[in-house]
Design a protein around this ligand. Structure first.
Ligand SMILES: [Fe+2]
Length: 536
């Protein structure tokens, strides 16, 4: 099925913008000069929402400049698109110390309600954003739909996938599983060798100014702005928000000899992230957190980079002293899943938790696959950067779910740029009684198997790759190695399903998108089933 623009939702957004401009004659028509990076909302609570923007009050206040005045920004949140009924408003100061970003954690709102918001500076309003609060914790909710995305490489293409999600008009949320930005220097990570559009700064991001500049460039993308302005996001980070294959003490793409202290780099990347992302971080900076949508589901967003042991291979992956989550996050996760009163326990999981046995794959495939999933070129048969490299943590988590008879756990996953529908099995579960379902969404634009191979999407080598992966991994029910795009998670009281949509051409701003597959899991079962048509 080819999905075209939803005219209805476009008209709605156009009407919102027109009405918002007309409603406040005291302010000039929306000027974009002070608001070049869009507006965003995130982390919905039953009575609250986080709002974000960035202002450019003077020409010298460019991102990462460290220059420009401290200014006072107005904010409003209203019950209607014309701002006739403003339910909360205020002012907030920002300046060069926080790169002129603005974050407002609005409280006192009504659960399960759509709101419109905007920011004002020096007589001009920002574009209007639309957002929704979460339902009350005990509310009986029967359905929710979320866009699910990861891995948006600027130089790999355009963010048409974000535009298609924005145009749907039926989403309550967007869940981003990491690699929102990439750290590479221009030319280091491209679209199969082609730079579709040049990254800023041109160098690899290492210092605070580099990360601020990269984040700012992403926020100029019109499709990214459209999706942020249309629906609240719930976001976690993966490695590329700092550097490739990050772990608690370093990263594959960090060389202390030439790039300085890793701790200083982490601090710089985290400061820019906190400034530029619509995410509610804990006071100590930690990002793992849980959001609830009535009785329908809880969403546990994980951080699999900050606390993890260094990647390893061979027998070390079974070492119980090594961890991917850290002890505190693992306790929080196990407690949250086993004690949840929500029907569905969704885990926002940056890297794949299902096993991937690649011992039977031939060398021609191991090369490109290894680049994606971290298999060393010497042919070791596992991916040390995913949960496969931290087997003790995976077994502890699965065994805990089994001991508590915890059902209806679904992992939604990014990172490996390809599309998968898996059943989570371990040596204890066997293949007959999986502990959970796992749905893996592809990259927005980042290279995948055929891009590395230099072959056409869906070609014979890709089809053979998928066939071989499935032959050696019976818990993998579907894998597609070439498509770029996104997933749509649709949750009802009786089942949870993912639909995958792939772009015709990631290098085209105007690419169409096509439904390629759907899988669902019914309540009380962790066996997944194939769907024959998109969700209505
Ligand atoms: Fe990625």
């Amino acid at each position: 099925m080819t999905v075209t623009s939803s005219r209805r939702s476009l008209l709605l957004l156009a009407g919102v913008a027109a009405a918002a401009t007309a409603a406040r004659p005291a302010f000039a028509a929306a000027a974009t000069s002070a608001f070049q990076h869009g507006v965003a909302s995130g982390d919905p609570l039953p009575g609250g929402i986080l709002l974000w923007t960035r202002v450019t009050p003077t020409p010298e206040s460019a991102p990462a400049s460290g220059a420009g005045p401290v200014v006072t920004v107005d904010w409003q949140i209203a019950a209607d698109a014309s701002f006739a009924t403003i339910v909360r408003s205020g002012v907030v100061a920002t300046g060069p110390d926080r790169d002129h970003t603005v974050k407002v954690d609005v409280t006192g709102l009504t659960p399960a309600t759509t709101y419109w918001y905007r920011f004002g500076l020096a007589g001009a309003w920002s574009p209007t954003g639309r957002t929704m609060t979460a339902p009350a914790a005990d509310a009986a909710i029967t359905r929710l739909r979320a866009g699910v995305v990861s891995c948006a490489n600027w130089e790999g293409g355009y963010f048409a996938a974000y535009r298609h999600l924005a145009e749907r008009g039926d989403l309550n949320l967007v869940v981003h599983l990491g690699d929102y930005v990439y750290e590479y220097a221009s030319g280091e990570f491209t679209a199969g060798g082609t730079v579709v559009r040049k990254a800023q700064p041109a160098n690899e991001t290492i210092a605070l100014a580099d990360y601020r500049t990269r984040h700012a460039q992403y926020k100029t993308d019109p499709d990214l702005q459209a999706l942020h302005a249309s629906v609240p996001w719930v976001i976690t980070w993966d490695d590329h928000e700092i550097a490739n294959d990050a772990w608690s003490g370093g990263a594959e793409n960090h060389d202390p000899a030439t790039e300085g202290s890793y701790a200083a780099r982490v601090a710089a990347s985290r400061q820019a992230y906190a400034e530029w992302m619509p995410v509610r971080l804990a006071e100590d900076g930690h990002i793992y957190r849980r959001l609830r949508y009535g009785n329908l589901f809880e969403l546990s967003m994980l951080d699999l980079r900050t606390y993890r042991s260094e990647q390893a291979s061979g027998a070390e992956v079974d070492d119980p002293d090594r961890t991917i989550t850290g002890a505190a996050q693992m306790s929080w996760l196990m407690d949250g899943l086993t004690n949840s009163t929500a029907t569905w326990k969704i885990v926002g999981n940056p890297v794949m938790i299902s096993r991937l046995d690649v011992g039977a794959l031939p060398a021609w495939l191991l090369g490109p696959l290894g680049k994606l999933i971290g298999v060393p070129e010497n042919g070791l048969v596992l991916n040390g950067d995913q949960w496969d490299g931290y087997n003790a943590d995976r077994e502890k988590l699965v065994d805990t779910l089994r001991a508590h008879a915890t059902k209806d756990v679904v992992f939604i996953t990014g990172d490996i740029h390809t599309s998968w529908a898996n059943e989570l099995t371990t040596k204890d579960t066997g293949t007959a009684n999986p502990a959970a379902a796992e749905f893996v969404v592809p990259s927005l634009t980042s290279d995948n198997v055929n891009d590395f191979l230099g072959t056409s999407p869906g070609g014979p080598l890709s089809l053979l790759a998928a066939t071989l992966i499935r032959a050696t991994n019976p818990h993998v029910k579907w894998v597609e190695t070439d498509g770029h795009g996104y997933g749509v998670l649709d949750i009802t009281s009786s089942r949870c399903r993912m639909d995958w949509y792939h772009l015709a051409d990631r290098t085209s701003k105007t690419s169409s998108v096509t439904w390629v597959q759907g899988y669902s899991v019914g309540r009380g079962s962790s066996k997944i089933r194939r769907e024959s048509a998109p969700t209505a």
